[in-house]
Design a protein around this ligand. Structure first.
Ligand code: CO
Length: 160
């Protein structure tokens, strides 16, 4: 298990566009395992490779299957070179980011998204998400293009 440092919002690297993964090799698998460990340690819903200083189009997401049930089991996804196929509806919900600790805001996101991506072995798959999973997908995919949620959220004042 290896934890990586999560870059904070002022790092210039977080504003760069990430490049697609070209080699599905052992280094990629090590990176994915490190991202999973780092996400668990930070207790986040998602982590994108640029957040640990790697400008590649890689995202890991872990969200409860049912966000209204606190005993719900978690679903875990590894998403490489993602592309949107569909976005539908609208939701306005609270959001935060591991790169912006202590900051929260309300963002407008699609209620439903469908993406196409590759798994760790280079196999293509599609993933559909609603609610929290849709928000997490949009939030993490934004990171791959240098976009942070604070760029477009209605920020909420939090107590010190
Ligand atoms: Co984030």
């Amino acid at each position: 298990m290896a934890l990586r440092e999560i870059l904070k919002k002022d790092e210039e690297l977080l504003r760069k566009k990430s490049r697609p993964v070209e080699k599905f090799d052992d280094r990629l698998i090590t990176l994915l395992e490190d991202m999973k460990d780092t996400l668990h340690e930070a207790r986040g819903c998602g982590l994108a490779a640029p957040q640990i200083g790697i400008l590649r189009r890689i995202v890991v997401i872990e969200v409860p299957e049912d966000e209204t049930d606190e005993n719900s089991k978690d679903l875990y996804f590894e998403i490489i070179n993602p592309m949107y196929l569909k976005k539908e509806g609208e939701q306005k919900e609270y959001e935060g980011c591991l790169s912006c600790p202590g900051e929260f805001g309300i963002t407008t996101r699609p209620e439903y998204v469908k993406i196409e991506a590759y798994d760790r072995f280079g196999k293509k798959f599609t993933l559909e998400g609603r609610g929290l999973l849709a928000r997490a997908i949009c939030h993490e995919l934004d990171h791959l293009d240098g976009v942070l949620f604070i760029d477009h959220a209605e920020m909420v004042e939090t107590e010190e």
